[in-house]
Design a protein around this ligand. Structure first.
Ligand code: GAF
Length: 385
């Protein structure tokens, strides 16, 4: 397949004629650690993937947007009416229309545009293809229109597009990763203040590799379960009289849990509070270059997601167990759960052995064969030309 940026340009030329004014790329992400902490005002540590979505864009008169996507092969068109209120555009176009809606809601004079979208970020694998699309479109429109919207304020608007236009109650992690990540670094984000610190994450220098295994597990009611987890966390915070679970420290955890009478709510709260601490511990190790030592934190995060937050599925648990048995230093599911990908931190020369062990464990259980790739932290959204 040709390069994704070339495909976006070719799509623009074929659909609209001529050259785009520019091309903007935004990546998919994996989350190193800090799962379901973002909507609890907590901490996350994602990094960008080398897999990207590219928008080739050019101006169009008036408040009109025409968008071609290579994934569906369709061209859709919408105007001011469709972005006056949420959910008027549906399907993949909702992510694009949602960005226009959120920008306009925030008072920006969004330029009419033609956009051709191509992507290497697989859909449905939990690698945030939707945030990559939102970020590519947002950065394109901001630049085309010369809008006064610095990168640090863009994730909140992209999240609003997803929450209110598309209707998915996600946190701010994925949009932040797509927009704010840096090459070679993980993004340590405080989801309350939106302050970031770029944490060097030199896998290569440590003789390590990050294996990403696509579990290929069918998503089982992921949307409803995600919303239910969010409600449990909000209920726990309300019962504890705090703004969000972020305000409960691990040293206060036992006392806090004793005040929650529902066992399920207790488990959900314990995951979030301990997960925030695991992010802080991971950051502390990475700040001093102790990459190898983060493995047990990754595995502890998985156990917490499996037993307390209850968002893993058999394929995912099988992949984690097989990776650890084959010598991974740590392994965990990454992303919202109920499918998606597993991360395994491995010695650089052991990646293929670990991947084969996961594939063998899958075959034993009769699961659909997994896919795998090794990745290094890549840059966030950028203008290509
Ligand atoms: C999904 C959501 F989009 C994120 O906001 C985050 O909550 C994640 O699940 C879980 O950590 O990717």
């Amino acid at each position: 397949m040709t390069d994704v940026a070339d495909r976006a340009r070719a799509g623009f030329d074929r659909e609209f004629g001529g050259s785009p004014a520019g091309r903007w790329a935004a990546p998919g992400r994996v989350n190193l650690i800090g799962e379901h902490t973002d909507y609890n005002d907590g901490f996350v540590l994602p990094f960008a993937l080398p897999l990207r979505t590219v928008a080739a864009a050019g101006p169009q008169d008036g408040a009109r947007w025409t968008v071609w996507s290579e994934l569906s092969g369709e061209t859709i068109e919408f105007g001011a009416d469709e972005v006056a209120e949420p959910a008027r555009v549906t399907g993949w176009g909702a992510y694009v229309a949602g960005v226009v809606w959120a920008l306009r809601e925030a008072g920006h004079d969004v330029p009419g545009a033609r956009l051709a979208i191509a992507s290497d970020v697989p859909l449905g694998a939990g690698l945030s293809s939707s945030a990559a699309l939102e970020a590519a479109v947002m950065t394109a429109l901001v630049d085309l229109g010369g809008l006064d919207l610095p990168a640090e304020r863009q994730p909140r608007l992209a999240q609003r597009a997803e929450n209110h236009y598309v209707g998915a109650p996600t946190g701010i992690m994925d949009q932040s990763a797509a927009i704010r990540c840096r090459d070679g670094h993980a993004l340590f984000l405080d989801c309350r203040s939106e302050e970031v610190e770029h944490i060097p994450f030199d896998l290569h220098g440590a003789g390590l590799a990050m294996l990403v295994v696509d579990s290929r597990a069918p998503h089982r009611h992921a949307d409803g379960e995600y919303a239910a987890r969010r409600r449990s966390c909000e209920a726990a915070a309300a019962q504890l009289g705090v703004r969000a679970l972020r305000d409960v420290g691990v040293d206060q955890l036992d006392a806090a849990l004793a005040r929650l009478d529902d066992p399920e709510t207790r488990r959900r709260a314990r995951h979030v509070v301990t997960e925030d601490q695991r992010v802080l511990d991971t950051v502390a190790l990475l700040r001093t270059g102790r990459v190898r030592e983060i493995g047990p934190l990754l595995t502890a995060s998985h156990v917490s997601m499996r037993d307390d937050f209850e968002i893993t599925v058999p394929e995912i648990d099988t992949a984690v167990e097989a990776a650890l048995e084959a010598g991974a230093l740590g392994a965990r599911m990454t992303g919202g759960g109920f499918g998606g990908c597993v991360l395994a931190l491995v010695e650089a020369d052991a990646a293929e052995t670990v991947a084969s062990a996961v594939a063998a464990a899958y075959a034993d259980k009769g699961f659909q064969a997994p896919a795998h790739v090794t990745v290094l932290p890549a840059p966030g959204a950028t203008r290509l030309d």
